[in-house]
Design a protein around this ligand. Structure first.
Ligand SMILES: C[S@@+](CC[C@H](N)C(=O)[O-])C[C@H]1O[C@@H](n2cnc3c(N)ncnc32)[C@H](O)[C@@H]1O
Length: 195
């Protein structure tokens, strides 16, 4: 019998401590900083951002410039924090939210740390390509067999998905799972539209 709980329940439970955990030395999360580093390397300073699986909206604390944020998340408790940070919020699963968003309606699309929870990540990435008018920044976690087994929520390894025409596509040591202690490599992908 599975002892896993849903992502919604899990992230609701940890929402209040999420930011502290993410920045703790135990987790040593590098993927968000890496995404911000890539984004600024390409000199983006203003526009609207769709943050998919936005969590607490921590991305908005790190991007330098004049940005308006909309966040999608399955956890209402995580979204409460994003709302306090000025996000417009969409409380829906990624799997149904993206198809309802207009083509080229956001300049920048970010999807960090959340596609490991999505079974059909390829379709989600296709939608990102449709929705973004300028750039897409995605992180894909290389979940190990051990982590897939021990994780509190159902997770998948989507790190091998084929993505053509990415400007940046490389692995880093992304983070260490605080519940299992397992280090996770993360694939960082940056795509410029209409190249
Ligand atoms: C590891 S956190 C990442 C938060 C933030 N993007 C970051 O990188 O720090 C994963 C987030 O994805 C959300 N999430 C997981 N599965 C989801 C789904 N199917 N639809 C929408 N949000 C989901 C969780 O609620 C959580 O807020």
């Amino acid at each position: 019998m599975s002892t896993k709980i849903s992502a919604e329940e899990f992230y609701d439970q940890i929402a209040a401590s999420y930011d502290d955990t993410l920045t703790s030395s135990k987790v040593n999360a590098q993927y968000v900083n890496e995404a911000v580093k890539i984004f600024h390397r390409y000199n983006h300073h203003q526009g609207n951002v769709l943050d998919i699986g936005c969590g607490t909206g921590n991305l908005s604390e790190l991007l330098q410039g004049d940005f308006e944020y909309t966040g999608i998340d399955i956890s209402s408790k995580m979204l409460d924090f994003a709302y306090q940070r000025g996000y417009k919020t969409i409380h829906k699963p990624i799997e149904t939210a993206l198809e309802q968003i207009d083509t080229k309606s956001f300049d920048f699309v970010f999807c960090l740390g959340s596609l490991l929870c999505v079974e059909d990540a390829a379709t989600a990435i296709e939608h990102m390509g449709r929705i973004a008018s300028k750039t897409i920044l995605i992180s894909l976690d290389e979940t190990t067999e051990e982590f897939i087994k021990k994780s509190a929520v159902p997770v998948y390894d989507r790190s091998k998905i084929i993505i053509k025409d990415a400007t940046e596509d490389y692995f880093i040591l992304g983070w260490t799972s605080p519940t299992t202690g397992i280090p996770i490599r993360t694939r960082m992908i940056y795509i410029e539209q209409d190249r």
